[in-house]
Ligand binder design. Structure first.
Ligand SMILES: N[C@@H](CCC(=O)N[C@@H](CS)C(=O)NCC(=O)O)C(=O)O
Length: 178
């Protein structure tokens, strides 16, 4: 979803073709001829196959046309890199593991971190003032947690977090994301 959104937001629907892989029944050709790691996503471009969603967001952003999804301000770009790294090392695993423990406290700390980060450059609904790679990085996870956590744990991730609520609302307005 991260790479798919990147492709759509950059208007690359005609340049990058989607190939659906059923994860419960992966075709042999995918592992044998495309991506031996046998996970999604992967992208075949210039006779080379690249994997890892976070690497691919950056790869698609810098190797294809369309609006650049990073900042030319060094301080902001540093913040972007920090937040992107945080997603897979900390945010996602800690929210998942919170489902088996003290969900409100442990997951709450992670959503609080996002709320605080959304306040850092207080000039737009996104993490930076313009839409960027960070928004893409978190979006597939937040959208699922937002639906699942009220059902599973009576926990609304946006309560007391106006920035996060606004971010979700603004994301839903983007065609490339929808
Ligand atoms: N760190 C990798 C994770 C890739 C990954 O685990 N993909 C999952 C789907 S989200 C997958 O292909 N699962 C199928 C499997 O492991 O058989 C990334 O971000 O691209």
């Amino acid at each position: 979803m991260r790479v798919w959104i990147t492709r759509n937001i950059k208007g690359l629907q005609d340049k990058i073709k989607l190939v659906q892989i059923y994860l419960q029944n992966k075709p042999d050709w995918y592992k044998e001829n495309v991506y031996p790691i046998n996970k999604v996503p992967s992208l075949e471009h210039n006779n080379k196959v690249t994997g890892e969603s976070l690497d691919l967001i950056k790869y698609v952003d810098s190797n294809f046309e369309g609006p650049l999804l990073l900042s030319d301000d060094n301080l902001k770009q540093e913040f972007v890199e920090e937040l992107i790294a945080y997603s897979d090392t900390t945010f996602v695993p800690l929210v998942y593991s919170s489902f088996a423990k003290d969900t409100r406290t442990l997951a709450g700390a992670q959503f609080h971190y996002l709320e605080k980060s959304l306040h850092k450059f207080d000039d737009g609904p996104f993490f930076l003032n313009q839409f960027s790679q960070v928004d893409i990085t978190y979006s597939p996870f937040i959208e699922k947690f937002q639906i699942f956590m009220p059902e599973g744990f009576s926990y609304d991730i946006t309560t007391g977090r106006p920035k996060l609520a606004k971010w979700i609302e603004e994301m839903k307005k983007l065609d490339g994301y929808k």
